[in-house]
Design a protein around this ligand. Structure first.
Ligand SMILES: [Zn+2]
Ligand SMILES: [Zn+2]
Length: 327
């Protein structure tokens, strides 16, 4: 039997369930989970900001070892360590898939959202969408790389080549991205919830050039800004601080409404863009880069059964870095 923390109804606690260990279908792997990170997207799913099929086992930053492989899933061997990311499957046929933009696929499956994820002892995944994990990372350390790291990296790519970067919301994604950006020779200015001195000290520790409340102006104009906090009001705020030609990248899957703002703040070829999902190429590129930097993730581990406590702690801003469930 396997154990999982299952979401039956948004807004209610997750429920510990036992069920038979699934048999992987053609092209699929059965993975014995050793760690699964908790992402802000999981909070949105659990709280009902995002509506997927129910019941569902959340979790899309899954690290584990291959316990069984279905027919044709021969890219990995039994015992191999793999990571299972948010992008669970794509159609391979739609115009997006055929133009290198599988992150926008019209007919995709998402781990922990539209197929069961890693808040569990076992998880089944399409082998084509799993990644090998670089050997230098331990299981718990590697988990946040799989979404916080990956989405942070895709956001950084979309932000462009500018040297001066603002980051709004200093949680799991920002703490990874800041390390990559500093390693690339950029200056990173971090913005947190008002008065969150712990997060600001954390940002400075990771090499950020400054850290302040999100209402404050940056010490220099920004070439680009990335917003991880799900707060729409930060979009016009960030726009006011980016130079001409600069970009504001919204890195989350859900955000409160964006208030109206004067066109003058967008003028000068400034742009606002969202980041959706990931491609497998992003994953391969980022995991290699993370090992090269090397990124050091800061994690706090919780037992699988303590998922609700971990989620509540994350929601209240009580986690520095990333929360990870360990079955
Ligand atoms: Zn597609
Ligand atoms: Zn995520």
């Amino acid at each position: 039997m396997m154990r999982a923390m299952q979401l039956d109804c948004p807004g209610e606690p997750l429920r510990l369930v036992e069920r038979p260990i699934p048999v992987p279908g053609p092209g699929e792997l059965l993975v014995e989970v050793s760690a699964c990170g908790i992402c802000r997207t999981d909070l949105h799913i659990v709280e009902g900001d995002l509506h997927g099929p129910l019941p569902i086992v959340p979790g899309h930053e899954v690290v584990g070892r291959v316990a069984a492989a279905g027919e044709g899933a021969d890219a990995f061997s039994i015992g191999d360590r793999v990571g299972i990311p948010w992008l669970g499957r794509t159609c391979g046929r739609c115009p997006y898939c055929r133009s290198g933009r599988e992150n926008l696929c019209d007919d995709s499956l998402f781990t922990g959202y539209t197929r069961d994820g890693g808040f569990a002892t076992h998880c089944v995944a399409d082998a084509r969408f799993c990644f090998p994990i670089p050997g230098r990372f331990r299981d718990v350390e590697a988990a946040p790389l799989l979404c916080a790291g990956l989405i942070g990296y895709r956001s950084l790519k979309l932000a462009g080549e500018g040297k001066v970067l603002g980051v709004y919301g200093f949680g799991a994604a920002a703490h990874i991205l800041a390390q990559v950006a500093v390693w690339q020779g950029r200056r990173v200015h971090a913005f947190t919830r008002a008065g969150d001195e712990k997060a600001q000290a954390f940002a400075l520790n990771l090499g950020c050039a400054s850290a302040a409340d999100s209402g404050a102006p940056p010490p220099e104009p920004l070439d680009a800004a990335i917003i991880f906090a799900p707060v729409g009001a930060l979009v016009p705020e960030a726009l006011r601080h980016v130079r001409k030609g600069g970009r504001v990248v919204c890195g989350g899957i859900h955000m409160s409404d964006i208030p109206s703002f004067p066109y003058a703040d967008l003028w000068g070829e400034r742009s606002v863009i969202s980041v959706a999902n990931l491609t497998r190429a992003d994953g391969e590129e980022f995991l290699a880069l993370a090992a090269q930097v090397p990124v050091r993730t800061q994690t706090r581990a919780f037992a699988l059964e303590k998922a609700d406590e971990a989620i509540a702690t994350l929601r209240s801003g009580g986690i520095e870095g990333a929360a990870v469930l360990v079955p």
